[in-house]
Write a protein that binds this ligand. Structure first.
Ligand code: HEC
Length: 108
């Protein structure tokens, strides 16, 4: 009984945090959609740029995942780039940053 309780705690969703965090598949689909629709409204629906600069991996070459996450979190002052921390969790922002770096959300 004790072991079962422990197992339940270890397996509880949300128990895994930090770099090991992996968003659930449904969340990932929601986030991918948000990136293309909301971020895409400024950065282009294919992230090739618009009001905001393009966000393909080749455009972000000089920026590490952490730097991209910081920009998404805080925004860029005095530009149209808004801070996303009121809307997205740190894990969601980190996931988006990794997708932008890998180009997984952009069709070739
Ligand atoms: C209202 C328009 C707008 C929206 C919405 C927006 N951005 Fe931006 N973004 C900008 C602008 C403008 C810049 C350029 C700021 C500057 O001049 O440095 C920028 C810059 C960036 C940069 C830095 C790019 C670089 O090469 O320096 C990243 C990364 C970025 N945005 C990611 C995102 C993500 C991810 C989202 C969605 C969660 C998003 N943006 C939504 C307008 C927007």
């Amino acid at each position: 009984m004790c072991a079962a309780l422990l197992f339940g705690l270890v397996m509880a969703p949300g128990a895994v945090m930090g770099d090991e965090f992996e968003t659930q598949t449904a969340d990932q689909a929601r986030l991918a959609n948000l990136v293309l629709q909301d971020c895409g409204s400024c950065h282009g629906l294919t992230l090739r740029g618009g009001l905001g600069p393009p966000l393909r991996p080749e455009d972000l070459g000089g920026l590490q995942v952490e730097a991209i996450a910081a920009i998404i979190r805080e925004g860029v002052p005095d530009t149209a780039m808004p801070p996303w921390k009121p809307l997205l969790s740190p894990e969601e922002i980190h996931w988006i940053s990794r997708q932008l770096k890998s180009g997984a959300l952009v069709s070739p």
